[in-house]
Design a protein around this ligand. Sequence first.
Ligand SMILES: [Zn+2]
Length: 501
Amino acid sequence: MERLDARVCYRALETRDARFDGRLFVGVTSTGIYCRPICPARTPKFENCRFYPSAAAAQEAGFRPCLRCRPETAPEIGAWRGTSNTVSRALALIAEGALDGDDASVDRLAERLGIGERQLRRLFKQHLGASPIAVAQTRRVLFAKQLIHDTQLAMVEIALAAGFGSVRRFNETFRQLFQRPPSALGRRPVAAAAGGMVSASATGVTVRLRYRPPYDWPAMLSFLAARAVEGVERVEGDLYRRTVNQDGLLGTVEVGHAPERSSLVATIRFPSVGALAGIVARIRRVFDLDADVALIGAHLAQDPLLGPLVAARPGLRAPGGWDGFELACRAVLGQQVSVEAARRLAGQLVRLCGSKLPADQLADPALPLAFPTAQQVMAADLAPLGMPGARKAALQTVARAALADPHLFQPLATVEATVARLRAIPGIGEWTAHYIALRAVREADAFPASDIGLLRGAAGGTGLRPSPAELRGRAEPWRPWRAYAAQHLWAADAGAPEGRR
Ligand SMILES: [Zn+2]
């Protein structure tokens, strides 16, 4: 996608080809508007079309987002930029706010990715057609636009939620971009808003989060259900619910599926709207919304072992962790024991040192607790936990490491570097490091080759289980998406819940 072939792009536009949604944006010179390829409006003339690989590039070129197809609701495709893992990593960090706030800089972002600032700018130009700052700004504007359309939040809350430093800057940016104030942006009339933070915490804010189909929702839900930590999360019917601890404040999220709109629907109840963008980023991560599984599947299906598995589950996703530290704890608790045993241990840990939700945040009586923070685990007496002393020590070592390095669970330049950093923590071996890299860091190429479930899955009914080294060698052609291969092997191994994962 480095160079967009205008004729191919135009054909996608003429046919409203959904496969291009999120990876192609069309600026129309006669109107100054940019659209998604699926826009219901009449197809513009070829000579009036300019094609861009990202919304940010279209905005940087001076186009305004279309009010009909709403580019802010296009799926966010991260994994498909497989030719540049660095860009995917940078996008993930930007989604988590790496370029928000006054002290944020592209320099520091590049440093975290292990490359120079100029190289990062060059990669962004090449793959997205826009600078990192423009991408971050476009994200903020489009997120705000979505909140204006979809929620009842007051404008001041939306400015905060979308990461604008002030309402003034929010208004300025909008006027510049849309030639009208945000309040005039086609919003349904709302009865005088209750104002304050009440709206976000009491009734909740509901947002639609788009993905590119296919999406195997039942597989995602049963993966989460099998690991749901009592008191913190649960699956009820077709809904996933969990408690949230963000910067010391507590709340809940509820996530359901709207397949007819290729979306998840998330309701967030939280006392501070400033946390909204961060919580949405976490939901996208847990539910792996930004992966182009069709593209990944096409790559993996070339392998004779994986081909039938991909055909059987084309929409399978790689579930992420809600929080890096939480996932690392779960990985340590899961060493050498079954998924079910790990789940019970996590429940014990939560009862030992997790925070209680205040009564006014208690949306589901079955979910009264938040997963403990690193500080809480450090300070807790873990003696009552029913597991070996070495592993209790490992939990507290992980907590210390997480406190010492706030970026511990964010990606480095390569999966090898990410794994090496995790392995430097005493008590974190190869399997645990890869498992954390896969689920918490969202390394699409992580692969815990010694996992018993993977080895069983790779036997493929032949009963001939490979050794971890053999499986690692076997998996070489699956790069850079070994995490998805792992997910398929685990799914193939279903019905064997005693795998240590
Ligand atoms: Zn449009």
